[in-house]
Design a protein around this ligand. Structure first.
Ligand code: GLY
Ligand code: MN
Ligand code: MN
Length: 461
């Protein structure tokens, strides 16, 4: 955990933002896989981690703003718990670590909330994303489960986003650490890949690197020769000479800060000239995007700069045609680059996505577009110092999408479908790094990870 002072300051800032009422934080519980005692790995709620730091299941907390009380609720272990799980920290030890004013058994929370409701006090809570939390809130607040999401506190959401979007030096150090674990995962995978191996052999090794550092993956690894399937979690393909493989994987630090890195590598260690041409367009677009990162620039504008580099590179290869600015403003390039350039990253790999992407990545000035491709951009707003973002352009040849657009005669002024058809089996390429917005520019997290054609060919195989 960070120092108790960190959590006290974070809660004080939140109190100031919200002004009055009770702020309710349900921590996560264990989540059963196939019977209650056989759980998925425990992951604490990120807002609970941010404001309280405690990384154990079955905790709840409130900040009673009007009475200036920060209370952690939970039960001390019974002798049976100790027999099966050993001696874990007591509730008194937990509040020593996070600076809360007191701790009470979990049953006391019900009484406090009931009394607050009788007195018509405002109870702020965030949108829950787990069924058991919805039921817990429903019972506590006497609101039907269906109506829980309608009654969330928008002021609480906005206050959390404002705090968590800007990372402190301690948080930046955690992300640096997580990125260097990801670096080891990626370099290890580059050294292992060879024709005839099955994706899962490498995917397992990638996860093993994270586990062996006492960390975990920050999301299920994407490791596939079908890079054109954007979030492909299938790892059963045999990798063949001539295939490209997309490795999109990251780790969490021990305090659960994420990294999220993508590299695309040739299975036999050498890019073909066709692969190299497409790879270098993606690389150039990613480097130009990173170069443009600084406070005050809209991330949507960087996304569009990237899209123009991609469209222009594809035009040089005869795949696209016509005026590049017109092609990008009409959205024609999204046939090949159908997703957003990146997203905020922090305690969640897609930071605070559970609170609502538009609260995190957009504001009253920048509204999300409805155009295909641009609509998937998770982050459009102006960048500020100490934001942490990913930069992850890609070029994909998605047969179903190409066939659909061709049949609809979509963007025939900008897309040369007969040329595109030569690339039907190409797959996809994505390159992703994690970037800190500094006071006047940017810093890429972590020690460098091989990225140019030459660097990758030197390490693979
Ligand atoms: N790892 C998923 C993403 O890059 O957004
Ligand atoms: Mn990402
Ligand atoms: Mn990724």
């Amino acid at each position: 955990m960070f120092s108790a002072q960190t959590y006290i300051q974070r809660r004080n800032q939140l109190k100031k933002q919200l002004g009055s009422g009770i702020i309710l934080f349900p921590g996560n519980s264990e989540s059963p896989m196939n019977y209650p005692a056989n759980g998925y790995h425990f992951r604490q709620d990120s807002n609970f981690l941010y404001f309280w730091g405690n990384d154990e299941p079955d905790l709840m907390a409130i900040i009673d703003i009007d009475n200036d009380q920060d209370i952690l609720f939970g039960n001390d272990l019974t002798i049976d718990d100790i027999i099966w799980m050993g001696n874990l920290p007591t509730m008194a030890e937990k509040i020593e670590k996070n600076g809360a004013s007191s701790t009470l058994p979990i049953t006391e929370l019900t009484k406090i909330i009931k009394k607050a409701l009788q007195n018509d006090r405002k109870i702020h809570y965030l949108p829950p994303y787990r069924g058991d939390t919805i039921l817990q809130l429903s019972g506590l607040l006497d609101i039907s489960p269906e109506k829980i999401k309608e009654n969330v506190s928008v002021n609480f959401i906005k206050a959390v986003v404002k705090q968590r979007n800007t990372k402190s030096p301690d948080e930046i150090a955690e992300i640096e650490y997580a990125t260097n674990i990801a670096r080891a995962m990626h370099i290890g995978a580059m050294k292992m890949v060879k024709p005839g191996t099955i994706e899962e052999e490498i995917a397992g090794a990638i996860e093993g690197v994270a586990l062996a550092t006492g960390s975990r993956l920050s999301f299920p690894a994407i490791y596939s020769v079908h890079g054109e399937i954007l979030h492909n979690h299938y790892h059963g393909n045999e990798m063949k000479s001539g295939d490209l493989v997309v490795n999109d994987s990251g780790a969490e630090s021990k305090l659960h800060y994420a990294s999220d890195i993508t590299r695309t590598i040739p299975v036999n260690g050498k890019f073909t000239s066709v692969q190299k041409n497409i790879y270098n367009i993606v690389l150039q677009s990613q480097l130009e995007a990173i170069e443009n990162i600084k406070p005050g620039i809209k991330f949507r504008d960087i996304h569009l700069i990237t899209a123009r580099v991609i469209a222009s590179g594809l035009k040089d290869l005869g795949i696209m045609k016509g005026d590049i600015d017109d092609a990008v403003s009409s959205g024609a390039h999204a046939l090949f680059f159908p997703h957003g350039l990146g997203h905020m990253m922090g305690l969640d790999v897609h930071d605070m996505e559970n609170l609502g992407e538009d609260y995190v990545g957009y504001d009253s000035e920048i509204i999300r577009s409805e155009q295909f491709g641009l609509a998937y951009l998770r982050l459009g707003r102006k960048l500020e110092p100490n934001f942490v973002v990913t930069v992850e352009p890609g070029i994909y040849f998605i047969p179903a999408l190409i066939e659909k657009w061709k049949a609809e005669e979509k963007f025939t002024d900008f897309i040369n479908y007969s040329k595109v058809e030569e690339y039907m089996d190409f797959g996809g390429i994505r390159i992703e790094d994690d970037v800190l917005v500094t006071d006047n520019g940017y810093k890429v997290f972590g020690e460098p990870i091989p990225k140019t054609v030459e660097e990758i060919e030197n390490i693979v195989g």
